[in-house]
Design a protein around this ligand. Structure first.
Ligand SMILES: [Zn+2]
Length: 101
């Protein structure tokens, strides 16, 4: 099973599915509309649903940045924006005041 994920990405079938997905999505990122560095994302990961690996219903065109963010989310280490904004606000407050100038 471990090898399945890799062989999908090097197959002709994937090449075609990828092209069809991008064409369906108008060759732009489904998230932000960017046309740069487009990649094709599996909504259900291949390791979970290998049967949907080439199913256009399971595929979405994303730019590199959105794809990376999406993958982070999947792996459960999504940077929580509210939380990181809070953290930097706290860090700002916690910064010692400089009195020597
Ligand atoms: Zn994007």
């Amino acid at each position: 099973m471990g090898v399945a994920g890799r062989s999908i990405y090097s197959s002709k079938r994937w090449e075609r599915a990828r092209f069809l997905t991008k064409r369906r999505d108008g060759f732009k990122c489904a998230q932000c509309g960017s046309r740069e560095r487009l990649e094709v994302h599996h909504l259900r990961p291949v390791r979970e649903r290998p049967d949907l690996a080439f199913d256009l219903v399971n595929l979405k065109t994303l730019c590199r940045a959105c794809h990376a963010a999406e993958t982070d989310k999947e792996l459960g280490r999504a940077p929580n924006q509210a939380q990181s904004a809070w953290k930097s606000a706290v860090a700002e407050l916690a910064r010692p005041q400089r009195k020597d100038r």
